[in-house]
Design a protein around this ligand. Structure first.
Ligand code: ITT
Length: 193
């Protein structure tokens, strides 16, 4: 089965490709995909906006991922604002510095956080599949590890950050891995209808 992936984030493309290819699900990122104003108030709304725009643009089934880090002590922030938490042109390092500063006086038992990923698939006939995955963890006091992207160096599952895991280890527990495993089941159910 073939889908277009509605993202401008290469790291998401890598994670989708490596998890979906073994399942026989083929994804491609179309050239010239329009930028979408992510003005929804939930991960679900923003994932739908991105997938619907790509489906309109290509005329093909389109999949989008809206994801982010929800920190308990920050009332769920940065949440849907994770990509722009430190401003429009900030780097991953800037976002991590801002997050660690916001939590500088918070001891480890209270540094709970979760990553959320919502995958939305929009078909040209208007049908929609929405699959949500989460991963519970906590925020480290300093970056750990060199792999991954975004907030991976400060997101701990147990003692280890996402950036200290290899691809297989991250995919086995991550919000995106959990969302994609659910999406695969939801897609099978949809195709069987
Ligand atoms: P698209 O909208 O084009 O897909 P984006 O990066 O803007 O790309 P989001 O709006 O969904 O995507 O923002 C998600 C942000 O959350 C992302 O930029 C990272 O900062 C963070 N994030 C999401 N998944 C992550 C992961 O697996 N590891 C580390 N950080 C992640």
């Amino acid at each position: 089965m073939q889908f277009v992936l509605a993202t401008h984030n290469q790291n998401k493309v890598h994670e989708f490709s490596r998890m979906l290819a073994p399942l026989g699900i083929d994804i491609s990122v179309p050239d010239g995909l329009p930028e979408v104003e992510e003005n929804g108030t939930t991960f679900e709304e923003n994932a739908f906006l991105k997938a619907a725009s790509a489906c309109r643009f290509t005329g093909k089934p389109a999949v989008a991922d809206d994801s982010g880090l929800c920190v308990h002590e920050l009332n769920g922030q940065p949440g849907i604002h994770s990509a722009r938490y430190a401003g429009e042109y900030a780097t991953d390092a800037d976002r991590i510095v801002k997050l660690l500063n916001a939590l500088r006086n918070v001891p480890q038992p209270d540094r709970l956080a979760k990553f959320v990923c919502v995958i939305c698939c929009v078909f040209p006939n208007g049908d929609i599949i929405t699959s949500r995955g989460e991963c519970e963890g906590s925020i480290a006091f300093a970056p750990q590890g060199n792999d991954g992207f975004g907030y991976d160096p400060v997101f701990l599952v147990g003692e280890r950050s996402f950036a200290q895991m290899n691809a297989e280890q991250k995919d086995a527990v991550s919000h995106r891995g959990n969302a994609l495993r659910l999406f695969q089941k939801d897609l099978q159910a949809y195709c069987a209808k």
